[in-house]
Ligand binder design. Structure first.
Ligand code: CUA
Length: 335
């Protein structure tokens, strides 16, 4: 009886200590979405449960090692215990009830997280190896930064061009996989203005760790201004236009793999690329011209430059004029 009382007290004390310790670490970043509160509440229950379960196992283990160790002169076996229906029923029924209750709480919370609000801002997300592209259908804008107005639900309609990626902004809490061949939805309501980062949280190849994009939450007014700026940014002369080429390349995530300063990220740099002679993986030598660049965008595996892996670049479906703009941009940084 004395042992039981001491154990119960020790388990409670250690549970609370572990819970407070885990909380002190600050496991969760800032809550920047309406959905975060419910998710953090659930997470907190989970931390309480693991603190208690840790104490429930570790405390009796250590206690037994110390208190019930063999005394000098003790030679016989321990008492043989077989079966205890009362105990077995208790340790089956109580966890069962807890798990059922958690299932209800989880379902209720999930319903809250995916609840659709009318008037949500629709953004189409294109995930690819290795970057993000955001298209605002109502506004007609394509960017590589996700700008969102505060206090308005956003509906992301997400597609992948190649492998499985996962959209994750830790401050928003909600996470969603993006599976090739289907459109997955993601809803979130940002409640804090600020700058965040979307990370890909599904291992997706060489540059997975760098598959980030800025997420900027701004006021309604700033969002409208940003939309107008984005529309005004793209020059509307018939082209080809190097400035527009740079914007198109940026929007399509080209700079995730191709630098413009001579450094090698994943693919060849664009600095001084136009007109240069490159040795291909089959040993032949080509001069980089309009035709070669256009082919490399539409069919990247046709001619691979020596030293670079095949299948690293996705096929792009860009229009002739968009390709002409990009070529014009590459020309502008080549001598
Ligand atoms: Cu995309 Cu990891």
């Amino acid at each position: 009886m004395k042992n039981t009382v001491v154990l119960v007290i020790l388990i409670l004390v250690v549970s609370v200590a572990v819970y407070l310790g885990l909380n002190a670490i600050g496991l969760m970043p800032q809550q920047a979405s309406q959905q975060a509160e419910g998710i953090d509440w659930l997470f907190n229950i989970e931390v309480m449960a693991i603190s208690f379960l840790f104490a429930l196992i570790a405390v009796p283990l250590v206690y037994s090692l110390v208190v019930f160790r063999r005394k000098p002169g003790e030679e016989g076996d321990g008492e043989h215990i077989e079966g205890n229906y009362k105990l077995e029923i208790i340790w089956t029924v109580i966890p069962l009830l807890i798990v059922i209750a958690l299932a209800y709480v989880g379902a209720w919370s999930l319903g809250d997280v995916i609840r659709a609000e009318p008037g949500a801002l629709v953004v189409e997300v294109d995930a690819f190896q290795w970057g993000w592209k955001f298209y605002y259908p109502e506004e007609g804008i394509t960017t590589n930064e996700l700008y969102l107005p505060v206090d308005r639900q956003v509906l992301l309609e997400m597609e992948s061009q190649d492998v499985i990626h996962s959209f994750w902004v830790p401050e928003f809490r909600v996470k969603q996989d993006i599976v090739p061949g289907q459109t997955t939805e993601y809803r979130v309501t940002p409640i804090e203005e600020g700058e965040y980062m979307v990370r890909c949280s599904e291992l997706c190849g060489t540059a997975h760790a760098y598959m980030n994009a800025p997420v900027v939450v701004v006021s309604d007014v700033e969002f409208e201004t940003w939309v107008e700026d984005q529309i005004a940014l793209v020059p509307d002369d018939p082209g080809p236009n190097a400035d527009r080429g740079e914007i198109i390349a940026n929007q399509n995530g080209c700079f995730a793999c191709h630098s413009v300063d001579g450094s090698v990220i994943v693919g060849p740099t664009w600095l001084n690329l136009y007109g240069s002679e490159e040795e291909l993986s089959d040993g032949s030598v080509i001069t980089v011209d309009d035709e070669y660049i256009a082919e490399s965008i539409l069919d990247p595996n046709a001619k691979i430059v020596q030293g670079f892996p095949p299948n690293a670049m996705p096929q792009y479906t860009l229009s002739e004029s968009e390709i002409a703009d990009i070529i014009e941009f590459i020309k502008s940084i080549s001598n």
